[in-house]
Design a protein around this ligand. Structure first.
Ligand code: DQA
Length: 148
């Protein structure tokens, strides 16, 4: 395994200033640099992307899946709405670790259902930015295997 895709959905570009009492003050840029530092000693490259558009995430899941790269996915609100993301993950048989900064089960009922979870390898939520590093740790320790 040489590459891990880290994909972020809507509104995660404004992390740091967005509802800090829920999401904390870490920015997406600081999460990216933490993951790169964590991956480096393992010789693993991080492809780190964010989009507010569902189709971009579908494209990137297909790209990662076709290349056999594992994915860390925070789909943001699309988690709770997107059959397209569900289908994309299923179609490419990508190894996807679903992450959330917040524990969505402690929040509004509309956040309790995830279209990603049934097709994800695992789910990590509620640890703020650390949800991402825990997900990467799981991939690096080969709990999640790459197809490549
Ligand atoms: C989130 C949780 C979602 O419910 C929300 O829509 C987000 C962020 C999280 O990381 O806690 O945008 O995915």
């Amino acid at each position: 395994m040489t590459t891990v895709f880290v994909l972020n959905g809507p509104n995660l570009n404004i992390l740091g200033t967005r509802e800090p009492s829920i999401y904390g003050t870490d920015t997406l840029a600081s999460i990216e640099s933490d993951l790169r530092a964590q991956a480096l000693p393992h010789g693993v490259d991080i492809v780190f992307r964010q989009s507010n558009h569902e189709g971009d995430l579908v494209d990137w899941i297909q790209e990662a899946g076709q290349a056999g790269h594992p994915v860390i996915l925070n789909a943001g609100a699309l988690t709770h709405t997107s059959i397209a993301l569900h289908d994309a993950i299923k179609a490419v048989a990508a190894s996807v670790v679903e992450v959330h900064l917040s524990n969505t089960h402690r929040r509004e009922p509309f956040r309790h259902h995830s279209f990603v979870s049934p097709v994800a390898t695992g789910v990590i939520m509620g640890f703020g930015a650390r949800s991402y590093t825990l997900a990467l740790e799981s991939i690096l320790s080969s709990n999640v295997k790459s197809n490549s």
